[in-house]
Design a protein around this ligand. Structure first.
Ligand code: 13P
Ligand code: SF4
Length: 433
């Protein structure tokens, strides 16, 4: 099995031996070959990988160093222990995995999906007493809010956050909201549309989902952003979209909103770095957030792929910058990417602009296609990558003993309004094409 982990190990071995690295392959950080516990002990940082330079906020939960027996265990021993614990727990536990999770962990998942599918899965796995979420913190929070109160949602490594989600916090969004209210008022127009509807991308804290629930807003994911925006445009004159500027801009543009009507709100600048006239005229006010993984993709990489393979089909995630989405043949959520690849005729060449673990898995699953990542450098989502099999073994064996480790619990005062925004999203049906 050609996984991202095994490729990284191979590159490291060859480098140690002084041999040339694998053709066209390098890692964005040599530290990726180390166990995540090395970085957990050195908080606050996100560790190696695409978001290593992003700052981990001091309020983010910190993972304590994993017990030595798990850090020292070989992959074969961890495999035996995880399988034994899962077998003993049976239907009492369900393991959910996001598409970007490393294969060494995803092999134990009972359900693999995008963030929308995983939210729905958490809602419907009623037999399980515990949901072990092999994704990132905001996904586990959502699972906790949508599952039954007696079900425990467990994040195997608490340091598995999301640098994009951390780019918008409740204080700065509330400040922005109050300024917008002052400038644009609070009264609906003649069509009954309020001045601003807040929309938060799923990749955000439960507190921001709660903010949206309390202010007539809604949650969206990359698989339903245009349906959610259409819902909001019926009810509001404009939307405030956070934290991902790229998903907001790409979705707005695809719906015909001119760029001049999508100003950016930078929370570190006075009046967001924009002006009253621009805000009055705006349809989508974009928050200054982004994903460090998807920011790596460029138009130059697409040009290179097209020069090398004239028939190449380029598929990217909508968290990529607008120029990249414009230069691609298709942009869509991880589920859209999966489906487009599954529907491709044998012999097709496909360049994918999304997280490397998913691209590698798709390439392994489809030997009849030539699939490669647009970015030649191996650079996983460093936050998702912090869930190592050692952490999974640790939380599963604890569960077997009746001990719940790393439980993610959203306080009801936050969860009640957040559920309103989540349920609004879950009830929306995409418009017929
Ligand atoms: P999906 O909603 O496509 O699963 O993406 C989640 C994510 O974090 C992408 O970076
Ligand atoms: Fe967050 Fe980007 Fe990782 Fe997705 S890929 S979880 S947006 S850091």
């Amino acid at each position: 099995m050609e996984s991202v982990d095994s490729t990284i190990q191979l590159i490291q071995i060859r480098e140690r031996q002084g041999a040339e690295t694998l053709t066209g392959t390098a890692t964005c950080s040599t530290a990726l070959a180390q166990g995540p516990w090395v970085f957990d002990a050195e908080a606050p940082s996100y560790g190696p990988g695409a978001s290593m330079l992003d700052h981990l906020p001091s309020s983010a939960p910190q993972q304590k160093v994993l017990p030595e027996e798990y850090r020292k265990a070989s992959p074969a021993e961890l495999d035996l222990r995880i399988r034994a614990a899962k077998h003993a727990l049976g239907e009492r536990v369900v393991v959910l995995g996001h598409f970007y999770q490393r294969d060494e962990v995803i092999q134990y998942a009972d359900f693999v999906g995008d963030s929308f599918q995983l939210a729905q899965a958490a809602r419907t796995r009623s037999k399980a007493e515990a949901i072990v979420f092999c994704g990132v913190h905001f996904m586990a929070e959502t699972a906790d809010m949508l599952s039954r109160p007696d079900q425990a949602v467990i994040l195997p490594n608490l340091a598995a956050g999301c640098s994009m989600a951390d780019m918008a916090d409740l204080d700065s969004v509330t400040e922005c909201w109050e300024e917008l209210e002052e400038l644009l008022g609070t009264q609906p127009d003649a069509h009954g549309r309020v001045p601003v509807i807040p929309i938060t991308y799923m990749n955000s804290s439960a507190a921001l989902k709660g903010f949206c629930g309390e202010h007539g807003g809604v949650v969206c994911t990359s698989s339903n952003a245009s349906t959610v925006l259409a819902w909001a445009f019926e009810r509001g004159q404009r939307v405030l979209f956070f934290p991902d500027q790229h998903l907001g801009r790409n979705t707005g543009k695809a719906m015909g909103v001119p760029l001049t009507q999508m100003p950016m709100w930078n929370p570190r600048r006075a009046m967001g770095g924009t002006d009253v006239e621009t805000l009055r005229n705006a349809k989508v006010i974009l928050w200054h957030g982004f994903c460090s993984v998807h920011k790596r993709f460029s138009v130059a990489q697409i040009a290179e792929a097209r020069a090398k393979y004239p028939d190449v089909r380029v598929i990217v995630h909508p968290e990529c910058p607008m120029e990249v989405v414009d230069a691609a043949d298709l942009a869509g959520s991880t589920d859209v990417i999966n489906k487009a690849i599954a529907a491709s005729p044998a012999g097709s060449t496909i360049a994918v602009g999304t997280e490397i673990n998913l691209v590698r898995r798709l390439a392994n699953q489809h030997p009849e296609l030539n699939i490669f990542c647009l970015d030649p450098v191996i650079c996983p989502c460093s936050t998702m990558y912090r869930i190592h099999p050692g952490y999974l073994a640790w939380v599963l064996e604890a569960l077997e003993r009746g001990e719940i480790l790393n439980r993610i619990t959203v306080p009801e005062s936050v969860a009640i309004p957040a559920r309103v925004a989540l349920e609004r999203m879950l009830s929306l049906k995409p418009a017929a094409k």
